[in-house]
Design a protein around this ligand. Sequence first.
Ligand code: URA
Length: 388
Amino acid sequence: MVVYFRGMDFEETTNLMQAMMHSGELLTLPDIKVPKIDKHSTGGVGDKVSLVLAPLLAACGVCVPMISGRGLGHTGGTLDKLESIPGFRTDLTIEQFKRQLKEIGVAMIGQTAEIAPADKKMYALRDVTATVDSIPLICASIMSKKLAEDLDGLVLDVKFGSGAFMRDYMKAKLLARTMVQIGKRSKVKTVAVLTDMDSPLGICVGNSLEVMESVESLKGNGPDDLMEVTFALAEQMLKLGGMKGGRDMLAQKIASGEALAKFRQVVEYQGGDVRVIEDYKYLPLAKKKYGVPALRNGYIHAIDNYAIGMLLAGIGGGRLKKEDGIDPGCGFKIYKKVGDRVARGEPLAEVFVDRAHRIDTLRDTLRGAFSIESRPRRRKKMVREIID
Ligand code: URA
């Protein structure tokens, strides 16, 4: 609580991070001879970047040992998304994880009990004492897990805006800078990319829907905002790994089908039903859908992205408490972003839900997340700044 109110200086934050990191095992990956680079996002709404990025980078020859989290509150989690693929397992042992990395260059698993166990306990404590929102505690928490992965490089996607942990840009920037400095102090090349979270990322929000959108992205049909963020992060990962080719190589790995083939391998290795890649009927998806039309003409000035994330959790697609289960099949498609023009009657969004919900209230709440005004508003750039 004192740290929450008084903060910590850089030295103190680094010391806490190291103590947390050494509370468990440090992963060693001596058999991997290519650069080992991971990406971590501070979390947001519709953020399915990892599902596209990890196989894409592995297709470029980078090893991606990805240890991800679950969704909580308004933010979604990579593990929940992957687990909407029937059979997909994220609870591999460290030995299985290492073998998969050696054989196919990418694995996507959950936090294990061996890595930074102090973080799990402290996070649970912060959760119930409302002390999560503290820059030094977030830095120590994230970096203690990432720096235990035996990485050569780490790219951080630090989000700001209405759907981010740190809504305020300057706070997000301070978080990014502190994490980059901590990474450097530990001799892991670290770069942070500050990206916009004022609108959901991509069109789909909800676990199965986001898997579909990720597969479409790997097939070359990704929405612009999602691909902009994915390519910006992927480029930084290639750079950290000392690999040439940049954006051209990334685009080529998608066009050639190699990135999709790598995703298929991940699904196969981790026990998932690979048929979902060709036919989305194998994913659990709500049968009923409802449109949410705009009630006036104008331009989208703001989206309460936090409200959209919480609404998803409210219909069962996310967690309000850590121990909650989730319904992978419900979600939203969000058709309008900040800066877009909209005509009365045009769909702002679509709701996918089967369980008995008051659909009119749901519709009104979702519609209420969009602020529409008559004067135009410019669309924002997705990538605001890169801190290295
Ligand atoms: N994610 C983490 O892993 N830790 C935090 O403290 C906040 C977000």
